[in-house]
Design a protein around this ligand. Structure first.
Ligand code: FVH
Length: 293
């Protein structure tokens, strides 16, 4: 059989918001028979013209195919949409953002209704979907059998990274990475605020900032190594004591530039606490223990 004649898995997709529509288009373009449903039917019209079958209800859409993907606003909308659907024998892949607890509860809820379950945390925005080198991917967790069975189909819109049997793990990875992203955005906001009133072109500053963040990012590997080994001085480059000594300069600079320190102060405070506990020769890793206590 040539690649062109291999039968493509039929997919049911519930939810045609920005992300759902992007997913739908990649499956259609790859030749997967696609049945779609959306609460507001008008959103399905362009996809019908592109070859999707449009179901009148979620119940009907779920009945058509064994692989059912949901990409809705939130966990409550998943519950709403699937309330009357017969999930027995279905492979449910939930790409709706939620907490680890919601992912686990929905896994249990799905099992009780006779279906298998995978949760997916999407690490991409809609324009990255279906673009092979975009860097976008989806974390999956839950049934390993289901992941293996549908791996190729799930890889059509974006890369796949399976992170374990626990349905909550994909959500946890998703939230952890996005939380780190917001920390980075917070640091960048503080940096732009510092130069805001000066004769410094933000457009000239931005590449310096981006390159610096990229250069510093690999430090997370040292953090991981220290967490694994339990020795937070291992491979330390800049000791906590040295870094805490520098923080008054950062805070004074913020004051002189008329910038609130509210984004950076909480982190500096944790650094000082760890130093007070005797972590002066360590890296910044001890801050993590202060957070989880
Ligand atoms: N768009 C993004 O940048 C992010 C990237 C990372 C992952 N997220 C998550 O993906 C889920 C869907 O996001 P979306 O971008 O498609 O969201 P919307 O465009 O707002 O569309 C929401 C869809 O949900 C439907 N919906 C809302 N409430 C209900 C309900 N009670 N019952 C049934 N369907 C519901 C909504 O339908 P309608 O308003 O068109 O009738 C849309 O189809 C999401 O979890 C992101 O966090 C996207």
């Amino acid at each position: 059989m040539t690649q062109n004649t291999v039968e493509k898995t039929s997919v049911t997709l519930l939810g045609l918001g920005a992300m759902g529509t992007a997913l739908a288009r990649t499956w259609l373009a790859a030749g997967h028979p696609l049945t779609v449903w959306n609460r507001t039917p008008a959103r399905a019209t362009p996809l019908a013209a592109e070859g999707a079958k449009v179901a009148d209800s979620a119940v009907e859409a779920v009945a058509v195919n064994s692989l059912v993907v949901v990409c809705l606003l939130d966990d409550a909308s998943v519950q709403d949409a699937l309330a009357d659907a017969d999930l027995a024998g279905r492979d449910l892949v939930n790409l709706t953002t939620g907490t680890p607890a919601q992912a686990r509860e929905r896994a249990e809820w799905t099992r009780e209704r006779g279906a298998r379950y995978l949760y997916g945390g999407i690490m991409a925005v809609p324009p990255m979907i279906g673009v092979p080198d975009s860097g976008g991917y989806v974390f999956y967790s839950g049934s390993p059998e289901l992941f293996e069975r549908h791996r190729d189909t799930l890889a059509v819109p974006a890369g796949t990274v399976y992170v374990g049997r626990d349905a909550g793990f994909a959500a946890l990875h998703d939230v952890a990475l996005l939380s780190a992203m917001y920390g980075m955005f917070a640091g960048a906001a503080h940096a732009f605020a510092l130069i805001r009133k000066e004769d410094i072109d933000p457009a000239s500053f931005a590449p310096l900032l981006a390159d610096w963040l990229v250069a510093m990012a690999p430090a997370v590997h040292r953090t991981a190594d220290q967490l694994r080994g339990g020795d937070y001085t291992r491979g330390v480059v800049s000791t906590l004591a040295m870094q805490v000594a520098g923080t008054p300069a950062f805070l004074s600079t913020a004051e002189q530039q008329g910038v609130s320190p509210e984004l950076v102060s909480p982190y500096f405070e944790l650094m000082r606490r760890r130093l007070a506990e005797g972590g002066g020769e360590e890296d910044l890793t001890g801050v993590i223990d202060l957070l989880v206590r």
